[in-house]
Design a protein around this ligand. Structure first.
Ligand code: PAP
Length: 318
């Protein structure tokens, strides 16, 4: 079933009242299931408005990802590529603020405060913005227009889940931590913020196969293995190919985890102060295979089984 455009609050509230709900990370978050995906109330409302009202402009670029699959890295790379070779632009934007500040995640904008939505509409082109929303709820204006390119990044589900687990358990007392067993079990049942995870990945994957000129599909692990190749691919896709190897290396160095993690703005700054999320929470280990340090063999088995089942026949390996 596809969502019909929703523009008025009353109708939105009526729809929300009837949605299935579930607790996520103990009772800290209540998730609502709309159009088959799970999200918080704030995200859900913003998603509805976004879907119903958003209009693309020429040269828009939408970055898309499930949570903890490389969003911050992709945002920084795109910011640095947009700035690359621009001699007049002396300041490095990444030193001044966190990548999430420059490339807004649309559905985390507070719909009722309007400010960020206004920012998006008045932002000069080429507009660069981001979403965690699944492909199915993107506005038709994005799906159907040649104006808007999409770059999607995904990651091995086990590392993704460990990253999610750390992020949501961050700042909690030991006795309040959600056990990994619970998180794994929910994940395998499809209960995951913006999830189910595999449907999220597969929808973008299938669309990218149909229209590779419009959707570039990336994997976090490929970026780790051959960052030069992947970053060159992103630059080309953005219509900003590197003139020389040196510019490419500058972008890579600017966006390295070590560098970003140690910038003052990311050590001490805070992006979503209302949710007390510190910039430092977006930079942890950034390694492939960290799941081995946390998952018991039965958890590994559980996730591998569902991964195999969901991805079979798709041509995608994670
Ligand atoms: P988000 O979905 O909340 O925006 P996202 O940036 O996708 O988060 O994921 C954070 C992960 O990317 C962290 O992984 P970890 O928990 O396994 O360590 C973080 O360390 C990693 N990360 C952030 N920036 C970079 C970077 N510049 N290079 C490599 N990995 C990075």
């Amino acid at each position: 079933m596809s969502a019909s455009p929703i523009v008025n609050n009353e109708e939105m509230e009526r729809i929300i009242e009837q949605l299935p709900k579930i607790n996520y990370f103990w009772n800290n978050y209540q998730l609502y299931q709309w159009e088959g995906f799970w999200s918080t109330l704030i995200i859900l409302k913003a998603a509805m408005v976004f879907k119903a009202t958003f209009k693309t402009k020429p040269n828009d670029v939408l970055l898309a990802s499930s949570i903890k699959t490389g969003t911050t890295w992709l945002k920084s790379i795109c910011i640095a590529i947009m700035q690359a070779g621009n001699k007049e632009e002396e300041e490095d934007l990444l030193v001044k603020d966190n990548p999430h500040f420059y490339v807004t995640t649309i559905e985390t904008m507070d719909y009722y405060s309007k400010t960020l939505t206004d920012d998006l509409y008045t932002m000069p082109s080429p507009r660069l913005f981001h979403t965690h929303l699944p492909y199915r709820v993107l506005p038709d204006s994005i799906k159907n227009s040649d104006n808007c390119k999409i770059i999607y990044i995904t990651r091995n589900p086990k590392d993704t889940l460990i990253s999610v687990w750390h992020f949501f358990n961050n700042r909690k007392r030991l006795e309040d931590l959600t056990p990994l067993e619970v998180v794994v079990e929910n994940f395998c049942k499809g209960v995951h913020l913006y999830g189910p995870f595999f449907e999220h990945v597969l929808e973008y994957w299938e669309e990218s196969k149909k229209n590779p000129q419009k959707i570039l599909f990336l994997k976090y692990e490929d970026l780790k293995i051959d960052p030069k190749k992947e970053v060159a691919k992103i630059a080309l896709f953005l219509g900003k190919p590197f003139g020389n190897e040196e510019d490419l290396e500058i972008v890579l160095n600017k966006c390295s985890l070590e560098r970003l993690k140690n910038l003052e703005v990311n050590k001490s700054g805070s992006l979503l102060s209302s949710m007390s999320i510190h910039n430092s929470a977006y930079f942890r280990k950034g390694i492939v295979g960290d799941w081995k340090n946390y998952m018991k063999p039965e958890m590994e088995e559980q996730i591998d089984k569902i991964t195999k089942l969901k991805l079979q026949g798709s041509g995608l390996e994670l």
